[in-house]
Design a protein around this ligand. Sequence first.
Ligand SMILES: Cc1cc2nc3c(=O)[nH]c(=O)nc-3n(C[C@H](O)[C@H](O)[C@H](O)COP(=O)(O)O)c2cc1C
Length: 459
Amino acid sequence: MKIAVLNGSPKGEVSVTMQYVHFLQQRFPETEFALFDVAQKIKKLDKDDKSFQDVMTEIASADAVLWAFPLYFLLVCSQYKRFIELIYEKNVTSVFRGKPAACLTTSINFFDYTAHNYISAVCDDLGMNFFGSYSAEMNDLLKSRERQRLKAFGELFLKAIKEKTPGIRNYQPLKAPEVVFEAEAVKPVNVEGKKVLIVVDDLAVNANLKKMVERLRNTFSPVAELVQLKDIDIKGGCTGCCQCGFDNQCVYDGKDGFRDFFNEKIKTADILFVAGEIHDRYLSSLWKCFFDRSFFNGHTPFLKGKQIGFVISGPFGQIHNLREVFDATTKFQQAGLTGFVSDDLGSSSQINTALQTLALNSVLQSKAGYIPPPTFYQVAGAKLFRDVIYGRLRVVFQADHKYYKEHGMYNFPQKYYKWRVINNILVLLTKIPAIRREFIKRMKTEMIKPCANSLKKTE
Ligand SMILES: Cc1cc2nc3c(=O)[nH]c(=O)nc-3n(C[C@H](O)[C@H](O)[C@H](O)COP(=O)(O)O)c2cc1C
């Protein structure tokens, strides 16, 4: 049996994820695992059709496909994303149709499931028999229990391939919106001194997107600044080298224009709009490259305090996962979310109304300095990063460590000295049945008591 492993790490063979694949190779020596470094070699695959077709030939001869990749910004890296786009652009989807597929990722478990949802949906779109996803924390291979678990996943996958077990479809095919958007007269929204920036990957590719972006841009008074990513000198995707972890210096510094663009345009904007067209189940790989390359800022809220909105052309309303990715990204950045407007939300007139509201809300929220309270995404994400940066990743991410220390982000519960003492006493006392009964009786009123003081305050 032959499994084509599509390596989604820009690091190629020297990749954590590939060590998990080697583990499977060792445990199942009778199975051939053929590895293809499609993310690392993406420039060649993009330009040289023969190289791309050679990989397709190998996939065609395989019994199954393993999508093996590291998490990059809640998804796959931009190079892997581009590979998926090429499957469609080069019209080779039939190579994948009917083939069993599974997904294996390594990460620090930050939004691993959104990447899994993405690949699972891509497999459904390609008509593959999707078996399932395996999320390994990047150090799992060091633990005997986790090795056993991965072996069990491998056994189950191989059994499903041998027995030709049909996969269960998770995602319905996407239906492209049919509306032709026409801009209506705008009610000007004064920006009140706020800097408004609309970033789009490429305006030329989609008529609705172009008209929606122009409509939004002209709603602001004065009109918003517009930048197209295709005009920025971006030499390539994030290589995963993590050099930036030490002092936020990127290997591309001085070689392309990304850092200057990011610092001069993105970081100085008060209100930011992300505009693009749906490609497969995300925006374009160019947009993904933008997010991946922003990694030079580390795991810090580098868009903190901005208001961020999204203008999207395509079946956005059917891709809940994408909404979640952007919602989480915004919250994790401690930014305000002004809304999503896509051309599948209704008629042209309804889209006009939505764009008008988007513009108005962005200025109102920016003026009020309103950032919503953190939800699960930010609360859980902050704790996860706090622990890994404080712990085993501190040497690599020294710039993050400095930032976390300076901004009070090391808020470990171990430091709650007052509560540690109170808890110890109360836990002991509530072991006494009479006190426990009294405690339970008073619990509800005691819970709201601290609010009484705050309710008396006037601010
Ligand atoms: C640019 C970049 C973005 C990342 N984004 C995520 C993420 O969103 N979630 C996560 O859990 N880990 C994230 N990671 C961590 C990697 O997924 C993890 O280190 C992985 O094991 C690397 O695998 P590799 O050596 O095969 O490339 C990111 C790493 C980089 C370099």
